[in-house]
Ligand binder design. Structure first.
Ligand code: GAL
Length: 964
């Protein structure tokens, strides 16, 4: 059997060990390598010849113009016949010449690969050094005897498919290559180091034992420690490490000829009466699942990108990361130690594609595969064992139940009893210290919180054990496309029950890839391939270029661990830290314009406690400050914000960590003055600043601007979450079945009345009996033109034996087409970002200004986006400042685009959207919520089908209104 198909994890590889920063000589072999891609595995030693090209290492050849990337969610893109690879097995030969410096130590050398996808063989100067599998794990080979002074040549043959691929069916792009660093190390004298640094929360002391080579000297200068291997040192007072206060102590391990630098964090995690604790306190994860992804480099991430990920997480109140679904680049964990995040480190194992054999042949349950799986676990644990940030070892993702997990769990518990073990997909949870699920509906989460959940296993003793376990929500809130909705609901439940120790949103970043010279991100199916996972991996809180999405802004708000409530209580929901790193600021706005501001005097609030402040803002608030002309139309809002008082490693002073708003005074509705009459000339009806078509009742001009509409609109370009997963739990299908995407408008009457104009219509889909009576009542007073829309559903919307059932509407409002020049949008209401019924916590009331182009949220796959909610009024103006204002009663939702909803719906990539000659406004009373049904339960916030009435008032801006 060929080495890349057998069940031997590696040949010639060294024992796994910790990732260490050593003073020994090293040569980075990253850079330009000679490269040749074969369609199938060749024989012989790679030899650079005529048609070879070159490639950047670390990197994936499929992102550098050789072959192409492939995306599948669960399916193996080759026949399931373990452990065999298909004949068509793209194989990349990589060759690199390098010179050894004169002073290179002669006592041996180690060649280290941090990650090669998926199996490879190494030759040094034409002699085989070894083979390895396990894409996201390090491998080392002793190559001292193979090196020669001066120039040497290294050849690496990398096979895309191997027996290892059966263990690597994560939902992500298949990206072969040498995608992490390659380094030649002088043979380590300090082979391995295992730091045991604990913290005693009762005494405030710590204990340190460092296992390493005999004779080494261990120093922690700051603590005055000089000690030897294996000897416990008790420290009477030490500052503990936590994600909130990531205190690290520099340390060294020394032998003659080598110094290893360590950063030690003292902390103790423990399971106490069914609660997972750190330093004596229950932990609560505000987490994300993170894949390694860069839009151009795939999983060959730069350290800057890793830091950027973590800085963004910290800035968005995230305190935990699950390294879904493989160990990350080792530098990432150093950064987690430094910046402060709790980490679930997950092994590189997922056999998900065996769902297509009904789990027959699942390696996880086949003892022949135990060595391959254990090898992966050992390489992860040994590599990452010194990181205080890592508190949980995860055995795998979505690989069903399997006896091999027992092997992995036992070995891990014995090797490192200081951490907990996690595995979600075995419903007995026999090998896991946690109960866990993915994407449960809220009711199920509540039941788990109250320990009233359904039985998960028939085995009564395992069932009893599971019921006593704490719960972690491994994945929820599928952030695919526009969404997720419902974050606040989940957070509320997660925080309510002590058994629920937090959750991890799926997922951190969209996996959109930019191929060389491309401008649009690709996803599954873009290459015409038959088997693919469409855009299911475009489901992150960051866009592929690491720009935060509205979902991340929402998550930040929902996660706030300092809460400003009532008038005025400040609650500290942190676990370890007080609030003395924060400064509290207040301001009062009048119709969105700041009229007063100041500081709040807040004492240090201890974790888990709260403080009621004398409401200083109210007493110092200027009673009737800066009121414009009419006092009745002013809304006064108090905003209180908590910001960082000093610069930190992840944000500067002034960075906002929490905020709240309180409406102090609401505007009274101005009584309408008496209405103006309608004036008819030919086919034109004039009312106030509006001109209407006598036959259709449609508004054609408004304050001299050519317009068309406003017309009832119930449709939106379906989001990924509207569509559901394979149609499951989604609403798009029923919306289409009810014809909401093809409504026809019939005019039943255009009546001039004493009060203005009444246009009666019926809006309905062809072929069905359902419809919506829609009446538009227009009145005019002063410069204002007011529209009241009355909506009455008719017919069997809830379905009959023969007609489709429709339970919600995507949106309810009107669509109005205005000239393309009205592109400057100033609004007073929710902002600055988009918001929806179940994702609006991050929208604060204020005055915001964007161009129409800036109002668009650039989802990789175009879909409904960009709505601003709770809009009191919005002004659209052209370059000269002329235009119109729309005021809503009640508040409305505003969407403005240069394309229609139909254009948006038809587009598959952003470049499919071409601006038209108009701007299309949607002025909505409401829209359905977003939910996260693309992988999860149906949305909890559908827009009910019911009668509605709402009003919009138009007022001219700039130029004179048209005379009536
Ligand atoms: C989970 C899985 C993830 C991802 C997600 C949906 O079941 O663990 O890898 O596929 O669903 O995007």
């Amino acid at each position: 059997m060929r080495y890349f198909e057998d069940l031997t994890p590696s040949t010639g590889a060294r024992e796994p060990r910790a990732w260490l920063r050593s003073s020994r000589s090293r040569i980075s072999l990253n850079g330009r390598w000679d490269f040749k891609l074969w369609g199938r595995a060749p024989e012989g030693v790679p030899a650079v010849g005529g048609d070879w090209g070159s490639i950047e290492v670390p990197g994936h050849w499929v992102l550098q113009g050789h072959d192409r990337p492939r995306y599948t969610n669960t399916a193996f893109p080759f026949p399931i016949h373990p452990p065999y690879a298909p004949d068509a097995n793209p194989t990349g030969d990589h060759v690199r010449w390098f010179s050894l410096p004169e002073d290179w130590p002669v006592d041996g050398a180690v060649l280290r690969f941090e990650g090669v996808d998926s199996a490879f063989k190494v030759w040094v100067n034409g002699v085989e050094a070894g083979t390895a599998k396990g894409s996201r794990l390090p491998s080392e080979f002793d190559v001292g005897a193979l090196l020669r002074p001066g120039r040497n040549v290294l050849a690496v043959r990398v096979h895309q498919w191997s027996s290892g691929s059966y263990l690597e069916d994560q939902d992500m792009w298949w990206l072969p290559g040498i995608f992490r660093d390659v380094t030649l190390l002088a043979r380590p004298l300090i082979d391995d180091v295992f730091v045991h640094a604990s913290y005693d929360h009762v005494t405030g002391g710590g204990s340190l034992t460092v296992e390493t080579v005999p004779g080494a000297v261990i120093r922690v200068p700051e603590l005055g420690i000089v000690t030897e291997p294996g000897v416990p040192v008790e420290i009477t007072a030490v500052e503990p490490w936590s994600a909130e206060v990531p205190r690290l102590y520099d340390a060294t391990v020394e032998v003659p000829g080598e110094t290893v630098e360590l950063r030690i964090g003292f902390r103790t995690v423990a399971m106490v009466h069914g609660v997972f604790t750190a330093n004596g306190r229950p932990l609560f994860f505000r987490g994300v699942n993170r894949h390694e992804h860069d839009e151009r480099r795939g999983r060959a991430l730069s350290v800057e990108a890793m830091r950027q990920d973590l800085v963004l997480m910290k800035q968005h109140n995230i305190n935990a990361v699950r390294t879904a679904h493989y160990p990350p680049h080792p530098a990432f964990l150093d950064l987690c130690d430094e910046l402060g995040l709790w980490v679930i480190d997950e092994c590189d194992i997922e056999t998900h594609g065996f769902i297509y054999t009904d789990w027959r042949g699942n390696p996880a349950d086949d003892p022949d595969w135990a060595p391959m799986m254990l090898d992966r676990m050992r390489r992860m644990v040994e590599r990452d064992k010194n990181h205080p940030s890592v508190v949980i070892w995860s055995l795998a993702n979505e690989s069903d139940r399997g006896q091999n997990f027992g092997v992995l769990a036992s070995w891990t518990r014995e090797r490192d009893p200081s951490r907990a073990v996690f595995y979600e997909r075995d419903r007995t949870y026999e090998f896991s210290d946690f109960y866990s699920l993915m994407y449960p509906p809220l009711e199920d989460l509540e039941a788990i919180g109250t320990r009233t959940e359904d039985v998960t296993t028939e085995d009564s003793s395992l069932e009893a054990r599971r019921r006593a376990l704490p719960f972690i929500l491994a994945e929820y809130a599928h952030a695919m496309g526009n969404g997720p909705g419902g974050l606040a609901d989940y957070q509320r439940v997660l925080e309510r029950y002590p058994r629920l120790q937090g959750g991890f949103v799926w997922e951190w970043i969209d996996h959109g890839l930019l191929l060389p010279a491309a401008t649009d991100h690709v996803y599954g199916g873009d290459f015409g391939e038959r088997l693919h996972g469409t855009n299911f991996c475009i489901d992150g809180l960051l866009f592929p270029d690491r720009t935060p999405s509205p979902g991340l802004a929402e998550y930040k708000k929902v996660l706030e661990s300092v809460r400003i409530t009532g008038l005025l209580t400040i609650e500290n929901h942190r676990t370890f830290a007080g609030t003395d790193d924060l400064e509290f600021l207040w301001s009062v706005t009048s119709d969105g314009i700041e009229v007063a501001s100041g500081h709040l005097d807040v004492p240090n609030i201890l974790p888990g406690t709260s403080t009621q402040l004398e409401p200083p803002p109210l007493t110092v608030l200027p009673p009737q400050t800066a009121r414009p002309s009419s006092p009745s139309d002013v809304e006064r809002v108090l905003t209180v914000r908590a910001v960082l008082a000093k610069d930190t490693a992840w944000a500067n002073a002034g960075h906002e960590v929490a905020w709240s708003q309180f409406v102090l005074e609401q505007p009274e509705l101005a009584p309408a003055s008496s209405g103006l009459p309608v004036v008819q000339s030919g086919d034109v009806l004039r009312l106030g600043g509006g001109e209407f078509d006598r036959n259709t009742g449609r508004l054609t001009h408004l304050y001299g601007q050519q317009v068309d509409g406003p017309q009832l609109d119930l449709w939106r370009a379906p989001t990924d979450n509207d569509n559901g997963q394979g149609g499951r739990n989604g609403v798009t299908q029923e919306w289409r079945a009810a014809g909401l995407d093809r409504l026809l408008h019939r005019v039943d009457g255009v009546d001039v009345t004493d009060n203005g104009l009444v246009v009666r219509t019926r809006v309905a889909p062809e072929g069905l009996g359902v419809g919506v009576r829609t009446t538009y009542r227009w009145t005019a007073y002063d410069d204002n033109l007011q529209l009241t829309v009355d909506v009455q559903p008719e017919g069997e919307w809830s379905g009959t034996a023969v007609t489709p059932r429709c339970t919600s509407w995507p949106r309810l409002g009107v669509r109005l087409q205005v000239p393309s020049g009205l592109e400057n949008v100033l609004w007073y209401g929710g902002g600055p970002g988009e918001a929806y019924a179940d994702s609006h916590c991050a929208a604060r009331v204020g005055r915001f200004q964007h161009t129409v182009d800036e109002l668009q949220t650039p989802y990789v796959v175009p879909q409904e986006n960009g709505a601003r909610t709770d809009v009191r009024w919005a002004e659209l103006t052209d370059a000269e400042g002329n235009g119109l204002r729309v005021t809503g009663a009640p508040h409305f939702q505003l969407t403005a685009r240069r394309w229609t909803t139909e254009d948006l719906e038809a587009a598959r990539h952003r470049s499919d959207l071409t601006p038209r000659d108009h701007i299309y406004l949607n002025l909505d009373l409401a829209q359905s919520g977003l939910g996260s049904a693309s992988c999860g339960p149906p949305t909890r916030d559908p827009l009910e089908i019911a009668p509605y009435t709402f009003s919009l008032t138009f007022t001219p801006i700039g130029g004179k209104s048209v005379d009536n």
